[in-house]
Design a protein around this ligand. Structure first.
Ligand code: AP5
Ligand code: MG
Length: 214
């Protein structure tokens, strides 16, 4: 299964990817996680990306495209992958298309998780992640267990100002890729409002009609 999760910030891409990768036994490739690792490592890539990320702006295409295309060329992606947060601009979608065509493989599905802007800020402000397990929590909607409480991380771009910028970027830069995938007959729209388990069921149902080419 080669698939992409698209959605606004806080839509639940990471939450759903963590559940879905077990179903399909494919790697979860989050461009945001890769960039945060690069920032934490202090690499040249991380130094370039840090300022954009803090302000909720997109990291330039020329930086992100190479990073993800190289990652999906990895051996563990031979039988599939789940992209989360990439592509999020039209040039990124076209670059991915070209790379897959060169490799002689095709995408199986693109899942768009839809959540209204009005619900996003609360999700973002209450998000906490466990650095040991990578699990994504929410203080109200998916409370962390007490033993994880002391080590939880609140992302630097989970502020109201950065969230507003991220939403604006999503509508301006990322939504144009929706018709791109709709035109290819790959798009599955899923309502992202409801419990994470309910959303998971909707995604799984939408993917049931997908015949994954291995
Ligand atoms: P990235 O890490 O991709 O952030 P994002 O797209 O803004 O998405 P999030 O990770 O914030 O949300 P999510 O949809 O994964 O939601 P989650 O499951 O965590 O990118 C960060 C930055 O990196 C970008 O701003 C940019 O600078 C840069 N970047 C990354 N990729 C790039 C690219 N391709 N090009 C250029 N720049 C790039 O859930 C959110 C919260 O809601 C959690 O607390 C969760 O518990 C809760 N929640 C989840 N589901 C539900 C539910 N059903 N009901 C209630 N709460 C829920
Ligand atoms: Mg995420």
């Amino acid at each position: 299964m080669r698939m992409i999760l698209i959605g606004p910030p806080g839509a639940g891409k990471g939450t759903q990817a963590q559940r879905l990768v077990h179903t399909f036994s494919i790697p979860h490739i989050s461009s945001g996680d890769m960039l945060r690792e690069a920032v934490a490592a202090g690499s040249l890539l991380g130094k370039t990306a840090a300022g954009f990320m803090k302000d909720g702006l997109l990291v330039p295409d020329e930086v992100v495209i190479g990073m993800v295309i190289e990652r999906i060329a990895g051996e563990d992606c031979a039988r599939g992958f789940m992209l989360d947060g990439f592509p999020r601009t039209r040039p990124q979608a076209e670059a991915l298309d070209e790379a897959l065509t060169r490799s002689g493989v095709t995408l199986d599905a693109v899942v768009l998780i839809e959540v209204a802007d009005a619900l996003i800020l609360e999700r973002i402000i209450g998000r906490r992640s466990d650095p040991e397990t990578g699990t994504i929590y929410h203080l109200k909607f998916n409370p962390p267990p007490p033993e994880a409480a002391g080590r939880l991380v609140h992302r630097g771009d989970d502020t109201e100002a950065a969230c507003t910028a991220r939403l604006e970027k999503y509508h301006r830069e990322t939504t144009p890729i929706v018709p791109f995938y709709e035109g290819k007959g790959l798009l599955k729209r899923v309502d992202g409002v409801g419990s994470p388990d309910e959303v998971l069921l909707r995604i799984t149902a939408a993917l049931q009609t997908v015949q994954a080419a291995s």
